[in-house]
Design a protein around this ligand. Structure first.
Ligand SMILES: C[S@@+](CC[C@H](N)C(=O)[O-])C[C@H]1O[C@@H](n2cnc3c(N)ncnc32)[C@H](O)[C@@H]1O
Length: 381
């Protein structure tokens, strides 16, 4: 930590990396740190690389020291600190013994904090007219105080989706459908990012029950010349995708609308399915937990959480049974939204054993039906 403090205070810290996970199951894969100036003060800006997303946190020296000590105790066994003149490599054995090696570096560039700009959010580099129309930015294009949270969420979604697209790239002219697109916050953001930032021509459709929202979104799309983006009024259940679906998104689509969306994605053999479920009423009503669990589930909130876990676990297993590799994780802090569980599914091979696992879960919790299962049966027959 002395080397870290000195490099930090002398502003000679070029790079810090933490690696070699203590547990293969850990979601946090690496941490990368570099010095940045925030309000004229040096900070260590750390990118936390999780399995499916990156998170950036900025620390003062004291905070950085505490965070790194914690990471090295709980998460990682290797730290590399590069200064302008030296490289310090710390390896911690399984017994907790640290071995520090030092190497002299000859031609590393001097650290320039002015150039170490904060990592830009995907949409943060310039004003975008649709953000003004959506009430997230003001007339001058600057993000409004009360639009910041939404803007952060949109950027987070885009970061996450761009990570997934590295694993499962979309072809030119791919078809993306956003089911339950609402006011279109993510729909516009993702379309703009893919088409105008990554220069990937795609066709995108927002499907939304409320015609007033569809009308507003259509107008905004036209004003912004988003020619590959359309909004359709209607129920997900009735929606028949023209030309298939390559990537399906459904964010906070209410209750079983998430199931309707997943079923459409599976039927269309979409390469990617990304859903952030909303309320979980159907399973909660259908659930008859075993007597042994009743003391735990006597409180409404715990019963609700149990229903959420079951609903989403069964969704993920059904996706696996139908040929998808899934991940279920928290995509954003609860301070942004309490509905922060995301299920991502990438087309892969079916996992037949998942059917038996679903059967076991259902019988344990006395669930006779799960809406997604019913929809998939409809498709099969
Ligand atoms: C909570 S909003 C989320 C909107 C948007 N996805 C977002 O994350 O900002 C859910 C939206 O889904 C729409 N919706 C719910 N059920 C639907 C269905 N069966 N078909 C189409 N839209 C639906 C609602 O009208 C609402 O606008």
């Amino acid at each position: 930590m002395n080397h870290l403090s000195q490099a930090f205070n002398d502003q000679q810290l070029s790079k810090l990396t933490l690696s070699k996970n203590r547990s293969a199951q850990s979601d946090l894969k690496n941490v990368y740190g570099r010095l940045v100036l925030i309000k004229d003060e040096a900070h260590l800006s750390c990118t936390l690389r999780f399995a499916t997303r990156d998170e950036t946190k900025n620390f003062s020296l004291t905070e950085a020291t505490a965070a790194i000590e914690k990471w090295l105790t709980e998460d990682f066994r290797q730290a590399e600190l590069f200064t302008v003149t030296e490289q310090f490599s710390l390896m911690i054995s399984k017994k907790g013994k640290g071995l520090l090696r030092t190497r002299t570096i000859t031609n590393r560039e001097p650290v320039s904090l002015e150039h170490n700009q904060q990592k830009q959010r995907p949409l943060a580099d310039r004003p975008r007219a649709y953000l003004t129309s959506l009430g997230i930015a003001g007339q001058d294009g600057q993000i409004l105080q009360n639009g910041r949270r939404k803007f952060r969420q949109i950027n987070k979604y885009i970061e996450l989706i761009s990570h997934l697209l590295r694993e499962q790239p979309l072809a030119k002219d791919a078809r993306i459908v956003d089911m339950g697109s609402g006011k279109g916050y993510l729909t516009f953001g993702l379309y703009d990012y893919l088409v105008n930032e990554t220069h990937l021509p795609i066709k995108m459709t927002g499907v939304e029950l409320r015609p007033d929202l569809v009308q507003t979104c259509t107008t905004i799309a036209q004003e912004n010349k988003f020619t590959g983006l359309e909004f359709l009024a209607g129920d997900i259940h009735q929606y028949e995708p023209e030309g298939g679906i390559d990537m399906l998104i459904a964010l906070h689509a209410c209750d079983t609308a998430t199931d309707e969306a997943i079923a459409k994605g599976i039927r269309a053999e979409a390469q990617l399915i990304i859903v952030a479920p909303c309320c979980h009423k159907q399973v909660r009503k259908a659930m008859h937990p075993p007597a042994g669990l009743l003391p735990m589930l006597q409180h409404g909130i715990l019963l609700e959480r149990q229903a959420e876990m079951l609903t989403d676990a069964i969704r993920s297993l059904l996706l696996e049974a139908h040929g998808y590799k899934t991940k279920v994780f928290e995509f954003i802090g609860t301070e942004h939204t309490p509905k922060n569980v995301m299920i991502t599914a990438i087309k892969s091979e079916p996992r037949p054993a998942a059917q038996e696992e679903i059967h076991q879960l259902k019988s344990q919790f006395g669930i006779e039906r799960h809406h997604l299962e019913d929809l998939l049966l409809e498709i099969e027959h």
